[in-house]
Ligand binder design. Structure first.
Ligand code: SAM
Length: 648
């Protein structure tokens, strides 16, 4: 029965849900694929790290129907962590034409010159599990966005991908060498089904991450996960279980606590009826669990985020439009004026320098300044990731954070001034810069310690670098925590940043080089005790130990625990921050990495200022009016960041 094909689906809470509760059981995927670069290091079934002697696919070396002597190379195939994973996944791996696709892409790279093939392989697997499928607005109950995606600028990637999938399926069914001769003769009409499956994957797949946040591959789940819509202030998040599945009898029964709006609607393949959830209870692939991050009332829509919530509104909207084809109208996106978080995430300031004076500039072109700063920071981060020179990357990032970016301005023939733009310390680019700096300093410290294993000045330098890395991790956690206080759905990022900051501080505290510092009378007393630190003013550690002993999560205590935690960390930080930031110009400017009241009356100023900003959005350029910008600049950024202005 074909009805309600274009109806937008959503998921709602079936009952009242407290904060921090699992609201789905572990859901197994309909389809999944490791990223190409991890095929030889991770299990193609459960995505866990491979043991030293991995298991190959069962019955490998398939022959082709018309050429029994031709076999595929095993280098283009999958490996498994256990016989269980190999047994459960290899039949689909082989019959979906995944090995044929990998072989095709290896032997004829021009067939698909767009990089990673995981989308294509996941789509092939999906097609094979749903043999009766024909292209439509929904396949297996999931939206494809087929027509929208094909009008996208990027549609060539979809066309090429569909053609490669079509050829791989043909190689599987007919002959191994179809690709070399006939690739150009595949018309878009031949590969319509492949195209639709690929669009489904692009619309519904999620990136699977391990516990450290590393991306492993992609996975498509059934409607109970994929019908969950996006919000920039979501009330749920999800995590993955990346390990071989437990035996079925030992699986814990967490109930599914969300239901689709309009339950019972029949969609083509029957997947949307109640038995859809049974179909999702397979036993392999990375599993996903949805968890509440806010209290959710019975009947309320459950939402997750499809994008990075630490991006400002315009970036989130542009990404959601280009990938998912909708304009987000959640409470955060609809707020007018912009929410405090969205204002600071894109806040920049400027000053004019000329030969005679330093003056606040009140008429700078914000879009131009934003583009210049964005290009600069993105370039440095791209270089860091591709060239991997942590030293020059950290120098360049710290230079722009402290000195801003300068631009020559010719306002009239006689006078040329130099305009300089600064990023706000909570600007999203600043947050990206802190992440990169924490990583770059850590790598520099590790490299130096590896080169010089004996106790000498080099090791002390390595410790200095670890100290700066820990300081940037702490700053990142503190900055996002500050934003989290206004936007509680940032809890997932904040939790990750706090655990990285905690790990960096522990690594630093446990360093064996501390005795050298103590000898040199540096301003820290017995820092190794930090490793055993127990706050004298709060009982959080005891509380967590008791809770985990009893296996409980105390929902009602969430606000209390969160406030106690931040008070405790703030106290601790006051004792160590000056030491952590020693010798680093930018970190010295940051008076406190957790309590940002040193920036002045930032909330009020920005809210007042944003009235002008929102109104001016109607004009071609966004310019700020004189007195407001001057008050703003003087109180906040010039004071904090202008290198000519020594912080108090
Ligand atoms: C993974 S699906 C989510 C379920 C989808 N609503 C459905 O009917 O199958 C992603 C698609 O849902 C729609 N969508 C998700 N979140 C939305 C939102 N906040 N506003 C409008 N459309 C949204 C978009 O069409 C997007 O491409």
């Amino acid at each position: 029965m074909e009805m309600e094909m274009e109806m937008e689906m959503e998921m709602r809470a079936e009952e009242d849900i407290e904060i921090g509760e699992d609201i789905t059981p572990p859901l197994t995927p309909l389809s999944f694929a490791l990223h190409d670069s991890l095929l030889s290091s991770h299990c193609s079934s459960c995505f866990s790290l491979l043991p030293p002697h991995p298991f190959p696919p069962l019955h490998f070396n398939p022959t082709f129907p018309h050429n029994p002597h031709h076999v595929l190379s095993s280098s283009s195939s999958s490996s498994y962590c256990s016989p269980l994973c190999s047994n459960s996944d290899s039949p689909l791996h082989m019959s979906s034409a995944e090995p044929h696709l990998l072989h095709l892409l290896q032997s004829h790279p021009s067939t698909y010159p767009h990089g990673d093939s995981s989308d294509l392989r996941a789509a092939l697997r999906l097609l094979h599990s749903l043999p009766a499928t024909r292209p439509s607005a929904r396949i297996a109950g999931l939206l494809t966005n087929h027509h929208k995606l094909l009008h996208h600028d990027d549609h060539q990637r979809i066309r090429d991908g569909a053609r490669a999938m079509f050829l791989a399926r043909k190689m599987r069914d007919e002959a191994p060498n179809v690709c070399s001769d006939n690739s150009s003769s595949v018309s878009p009409d031949d590969a319509v089904l492949e195209e639709a499956a690929l669009c489904l994957v692009l619309t519904n797949a999620v990136e699977v991450q391990d516990k450290t946040g590393r991306t492993l591959g992609i996975s498509v789940y059934g409607p109970s996960f994929c019908w969950i819509n996006h919000s920039c202030s979501p009330n749920a998040c999800y995590r993955f279980l990346v390990s071989p599945p437990p035996p079925p009898c030992s699986a814990e029964k967490t109930p599914l606590r969300i239901v689709p709006l309009g339950q019972g609607i029949q969609i083509e393949s029957g997947v949307c009826s109640n038995n859809v959830f049974i179909k999702e209870c397979g036993s392999y692939g990375p599993r996903v669990i949805v968890r509440s991050i806010k209290r959710i009332k019975k009947g309320e829509e459950v939402t997750v985020t499809y994008t990075d919530l630490l991006q400002p509104k315009a970036m989130r909207q542009s990404e959601l439009w280009s990938r998912y084809w909708f304009i987000c109208s959640c409470t955060r996106c609809s707020a007018s004026p912009l929410t405090y978080v969205d204002q600071v995430l894109e806040e920049i300031s400027a000053a004019n320098f000329n030969s005679s004076s330093l003056s606040s500039d009140i008429n700078f072109d914000r879009d131009k300044a934003t583009h210049r700063l964005t290009d600069y920071i993105d370039d440095v981060i791209d270089d860091y990731l591709s060239i991997g020179d942590p030293e020059s990357s950290s120098v360049r990032l710290e230079r722009v954070l402290t000195q801003g970016l300068s631009d020559k301005q010719s306002e009239c023939k006689e006078e040329t001034s130099q305009q300089t733009y600064w990023l706000h310390p909570l600007h999203h680019l600043s947050l990206n810069a802190y992440t990169t700096l924490a990583s770059a300093y850590k790598i520099r410290a590790t490299d130096l310690s590896a080169l010089y294993s004996k106790m000498d000045d080099h090791l002390l330098n390595a410790l200095d670098l670890s100290r700066t890395s820990a300081a940037y991790s702490l700053l990142l956690a503190g900055a996002t925590h500050h934003l989290f206080r206004s936007e509680s759905s940032l809890i997932v990022s904040v939790a990750n940043f706090w655990s990285s900051a905690g790990e960096s501080l522990l690594t630093l505290a446990r360093s064996s080089v501390w005795s050298q510092f103590v000898q040199r009378d540096l301003p820290v007393s017995n820092p190794s005790s930090t490793g055993k630190y127990r706050c004298p003013n709060c009982s959080l550690v005891d509380k967590f130990e008791t809770d985990s002993f009893h296996g409980q999560v105390r929902h009602a205590d969430f606000d209390y625990v969160s406030n106690e935690f931040i008070d405790c960390v703030t106290n601790f930080t006051q004792n160590v921050w000056n030491f952590l930031g020693l010798g680093c110009q930018y970190l010295r400017v940051v008076k406190n990495p957790i309590d940002f009241s040193w920036l002045g009356t930032i909330g009020q100023d920005i809210v007042r200022y944003s009235g002008t900003q929102v109104a001016s959005k109607c004009g071609a350029e966004r310019r700020i009016s004189g007195s407001e910008a001057e008050g703003y600049n003087n109180q906040i950024l010039k004071k904090a960041l202008n290198p000519c202005h020594e912080p108090d």
